[in-house]
Write a protein that binds this ligand. Structure first.
Ligand code: OAD
Length: 235
């Protein structure tokens, strides 16, 4: 069990594994997206500049798959934990999916962006906006008011994740840090466990396989997110 005292502040970081039981593929495991698709062709600014149609087809496919998925027991248990901890829990996700929100979480920090938002590719200053569109041909992709093509509001390789100042502040305050379903290879998220532990937090990993950054955790709970999350946290 992970015991949470009334004074504890919990930082939860989720990865693709938390959504696996909802039917969304992970990136690196068996059936993972990067096993059959090259990240450099689909998830970099250079790939988008060279071939925006292929990149939009990839994100359109992911939007379509997502529409068929529902939150699982891990998402709903985290939403319940947020309610019970009243302000002492911080949920940060590397996932671009919206299953935490659909599971009832009120405050979700999407450090790698959101699948159902788009933004101007030319940084004209327009804020990212809600976009559930599916664009398989370049001619279908909307243009920003400034004339530039729009792009997915997703952090690609070589780009800086979002909300980093706030995330580092919350890591400093955390007394308990838990990662659910992340392979621990993508930075900067892979270093959060070590940072939290260095500041004195208890650190836990929940997932079926040991992550690459396993030495940063005090304890690994072996199992799937939907099995573990609903029964592991006690208040
Ligand atoms: P990965 O695909 O790298 O890792 C998923 C992890 O989830 C693996 O360690 C699996 O063991 C675990 N897992 C699989 N099924 C699970 C289940 N049912 N319950 C719990 N865990 C399970 O995904 P991430 O670590 O999230 O970035 O990937 C990090 C980033 O790499 C992603 O955000 C994405 C990707 O490239 C961007 O798109 C910028």
């Amino acid at each position: 069990m992970i015991h949470l005292a009334p004074t504890d502040r919990l930082f939860v970081l989720t990865g693709a594994g938390v959504s696996a039981e909802s039917g969304l593929p992970t990136f690196r495991g068996a059936g993972g997206i990067w096993r059959t698709h090259r990240a450099t062709d689909l998830a970099t600014p250079e790939a988008f500049a060279a071939d925006p149609q292929t990149v939009w087809q990839f994100y359109s496919w992911r939007r379509e798959v997502h529409e068929t998925c529902k939150p699982n027991a891990a998402h709903t248990a985290l939403a319940e934990l947020e309610r019970r901890m009243s302000g002492r829990m911080y949920l940060c996700t590397q996932n671009v999916d919206e299953l935490h929100e659909r599971g009832g979480s009120q405050r979700v920090v999407h450090m790698h962006g959101e699948l159902f938002r788009s933004r101007c590719s030319a940084r004209c200053g327009r804020e990212p906006f809600v976009d559930r569109g599916v664009y398989n041909a370049l001619a279908e992709v909307p243009r920003c008011d400034c004339g530039a093509i729009i792009r997915p509001h997703v952090c690609w390789f070589g780009e800086t994740p979002y909300f980093m100042d706030e995330i580092f502040r919350m890591l400093e305050q955390a007394t308990v840090f838990a990662v659910i379903g992340s392979s621990g290879v993508v930075e900067p998220a892979a270093s959060f466990a070590g940072m939290a532990r260095h500041r004195g937090a208890r650190t836990y990993y929940l997932g079926p396989e040991a992550p690459a950054n396993a030495t940063a955790f005090d304890r690994w709970f072996e199992g799937t997110a939907a099995e573990l999350v609903p029964r592991l946290f006690s208040l």
